[in-house]
Structure formats: structure tokens, C-alpha cells
Design a protein around this ligand. Structure first.
Ligand code: PLP
Length: 391
């Protein structure tokens, strides 16, 4: 039995079968490349689903340095990395506010739900409008917020207080707002369901509705944030003037080290007061030091500009491939619909040494590191075209 088969059998026996996995076993990575248990090399344009913004093995120094100082420290005390990261994130958003730290996207969105409930509590409002085909995580409130039936099936009843509205349909949102509505939550670019950006006019309309009706406008930037679109905040790449009241991050924030965070602007920044919300591991010095190092690299090496330019180049080239029906996205968050179903196509791509991830049933998602080169994009295009030609 090969080493890979051995490891797959371990999973079959001991790991709960919650994921539909490709039969690939990875052992190490460097930059944009990963190697499987048989030593085969792959170009990683899935990026761990928008997580590895600097590629692989890029954070060893900061991890070792901070691990030798202080890994974890209870939130009963103060640590400098958490304070510095909050300051950095507030500066990047560019609107006065404060942050809360946790460990994942689902958990970051939980903090948004609680913020919205606290905000609406005195006026008896608790409902959050979310969108059809959205994705907000796999916690119980996360699947309740998510506008896709497939994630809810078998786990009913859902958490009360979420209603789904068609995406990019302002009239539908206006008529859905009721006396219990406290907030609107959306992904500026819907990721899991197939890469669908919000229209600038839609975001403008949502802001107007939120102002008129006294609602919080909350952006889930777990997948589209952290520079992937060419802007640190994805909404800035769509409609820079449409500022949110709160937003969530995770995935790429520490380049692969687990972290989640929310930001909310003044005057809501102190709504979640002492004792109202917490996370044992939230904002550890290790996670925050790594996130600070990631942001420093994004800025110093102009990686957001790289994402914008190479994303535009990649999308242009993809559109020129005859089998490609549609290309959607911004920067290096790219969805490609072809004349083939996505999962078998992605399997063929892996056989050519190119990794990508599926979204919906037809879309191939490219979410590569933000420091990829033009040569790597060209190599990915060659491998993608070869896989499309395989029968
Ligand atoms: N929100 C969005 C937009 C996501 O894409 C995801 C994960 O794919 C989540 C939330 C959940 O994040 P996590 O898996 O870290 O809980």
C-alpha cells in the first residue's frame, strides 16, 4: 500500500466523513507549490480556500520568534500584538472603530450576529437579513444565516431571526425590511456559491436603506477580504464610498494560522461590553503577531496591487479560452464557468498538477496566494487548458 493510501485509510477509519475530499495527500509546501506523499508537485491556485495569501512556508520566522516569547495568554490580561493588530486593522479600514478577535470565520460572524442583536435589543429588533446563495459558516447560527438549503438540511430547526433575500435586488431588500429587522449582512463577493460580486449600485442602495431604517450594514469579508481583490477591504474595490458599520475577517488574515476578527465603527464599538462576548483562544499573541507579519508583507511588497494586476491579466486570458463560458471576480478571487461540471474538471486539473477549488456545481474557483508571478499564472493557464482538453 502506498503512503497516500495508508493515510486515506486512517481517515476512513478515524476521521468523521464531513468533507468530500479529493484523494490527494499533501506533505509540504513552498511558495505557490505543494508536494504530495508520492513527491508529485502541484501549483496551488486554491490557496487553502483563500487562506494562504503569502503561499506556503512563508511565516516560519515570525511563528518561531513569537512562539519563543508567548504563545497564549488569557484575555484576562493585555498583550501588545493584539492591541497592535487591532490598531492596524482599524487603520486599514480607515474608519474609527474597534476590533474583537476569535479563531475562524464562522466565529467572527457569530460576533456580528451578537453585535446586531445587542444593537437592536432595546427596540425589540433582532432580525438579520442575509442573501440567497450566501455562505456565512457552519455554526448553527451560521447555517441559519446562510442562504442555501443544502447546509441546513437535517439540522432544523434553524436559529430564529434570519431571512434571505435575492442578491443584488434592492427592491426585494426594501420590501423585506420589517419592524424586527436590525441589520443586513452580506458578502461583498459571494464566494462559496460561485463568485458573484455585489453591484456598486446595490451596495449604495443598501447603505441608503440602512440609514433610512436605522439598520446596521455588515460585510462578511471572511473570504473576499485581506487584499485579495486588490484592496484590503473588498467593498472598496466595488464601491469605496459605501462604508459598513461592521465587518468580519478570517481565512487569509494570518496567512494560514487560525484567526478571526470583527471590526465595528464608533458609536457601536463598545456595544459588546465586559462579559458579553469572549473566546479563550481569541487574539493570542501568536496569532496576532503572525497576522501583523502578513499585513506588513502585503503592504511592503505591494501584494494587493499585484493581486489587482495579475487578477485582471488572469481573467482576460481565461476569457479567451474557447471552453470557458463565463469568468467572474475581482483581483485574485476568480470564478470560471466552463462547459464541464466543476468537480471532475478539478480532478483532471490536479492530474496536470494544478489545484483549484469548486464553488456551486459549475464554477472552478481560483484563490491563489497574492504574491504569485505572471509566469505562474501562465503555467496555471497551460495546465487548465490541458485539463479542459482531456476527455
Ligand atoms: N464566511 C464566508 C464568506 C466564508 O467563505 C466562510 C468559509 O468558507 C465562512 C464565513 C466560514 O469560515 P470558517 O470556515 O473559518 O468558519
Amino acid at each position: 500500500m502506498s503512503k497516500a493510501q495508508e493515510i486515506i485509510e486512517l481517515f476512513d477509519q478515524y476521521v468523521m466523513p464531513t468533507y468530500g475530499r479529493y484523494p490527494l495527500v499533501f506533505t509540504r509546501g513552498q511558495g505557490t507549490r505543494v508536494w504530495d506523499a508520492d513527491g508529485r508537485e502541484y501549483l496551488d491556485f486554491g490557496g487553502g480556500i483563500a487562506v494562504n495569501v503569502l503561499g506556503h512556508a512563508a511565516l516560519a520566522d515570525v511563528l518561531a520568534r513569537q512562539a519563543s516569547l508567548l504563545v497564549h495568554c488569557s484575555n484576562l490580561y493585555y498583550t501588545e500584538p493584539q492591541g497592535q493588530l487591532a490598531k492596524k486593522l482599524v487603520e486599514l479600514v480607515g474608519i474609527p472603530g474597534k476590533c474583537f478577535f476569535c479563531n475562524s470565520g464562522g466565529e467572527a460572524n457569530e460576533a456580528l450576529y451578537k453585535l446586531a442583536r445587542k444593537f437592536g435589543h432595546e427596540t425589540g429588533r433582532y432580525e438579520i437579513l442575509t442573501f440567497l446563495n450566501s455562505f456565512h459558516g457552519r455554526t448553527l447560527a451560521g447555517i441559519s444565516a446562510t442562504g442555501q438549503d443544502k447546509v441546513k438540511k437535517g439540522f432544523e430547526p434553524m436559529v430564529d431571526g434570519f431571512r434571505h433575500v435575492p442578491f443584488n435586488d434592492l427592491d426585494a431588500v426594501a420590501s423585506a425590511i420589517g419592524p424586527k429587522t436590525a441589520a443586513i449582512l452580506l458578502e461583498p463577493i459571494q464566494g462559496e456559491s460561485g463568485i458573484t460580486p455585489a453591484k456598486a449600485e446595490f451596495l449604495r442602495g443598501l447603505r441608503r436603506l440602512c440609514d433610512e431604517r436605522g439598520l446596521l450594514l455588515m460585510y462578511d469579508e471572511v473570504q473576499c477580504g485581506i487584499g485579495r481583490t486588490g484592496e484590503f477591504c473588498a467593498w472598496r474595490a466595488i464601491a469605496p464610498e459605501v462604508t459598513p458599520d461592521a465587518m468580519s475577517w478570517a481565512k487569509g488574515l494570518a496567512g494560514g494560522f487560525p484567526i478571526g476578527a470583527i471590526w465595528t465603527r464608533k458609536p457601536y464599538a463598545d456595544l459588546l461590553g465586559p462579559g458579553s462576548h469572549a473566546s479563550t483562544f481569541g487574539g493570542t499573541p501568536l496569532a496576532c503577531a503572525v497576522a501583523l507579519a502578513v499585513i506588513e508583507k502585503l503592504q511592503k511588497e505591494n501584494l494587493m496591487t499585484n493581486a489587482r494586476h495579475l487578477g485582471a491579466y488572469f481573467m482576460d486570458k481565461l476569457r479567451a479560452i474557447p471552453a470557458v463560458r463565463e469568468v467572474r471576480g475581482l483581483g485574485l478571487m476568480i470564478g470560471v464557468d466552463t462547459d464541464q461540471e466543476n468537480k471532475p474538471l478539478i480532478t483532471k486539473m490536479a492530474a496536470h498538477g494544478l489545484l483549484a477549488v469548486p464553488a456551486g456545481t459549475r464554477t472552478v474557483r481560483f484563490l491563489p496566494p497574492l504574491n504569485i508571478t505572471r509566469a505562474e499564472v501562465d503555467e496555471a493557464l497551460t495546465k487548465f487548458t490541458q485539463a479542459l482538453g482531456d476527455t
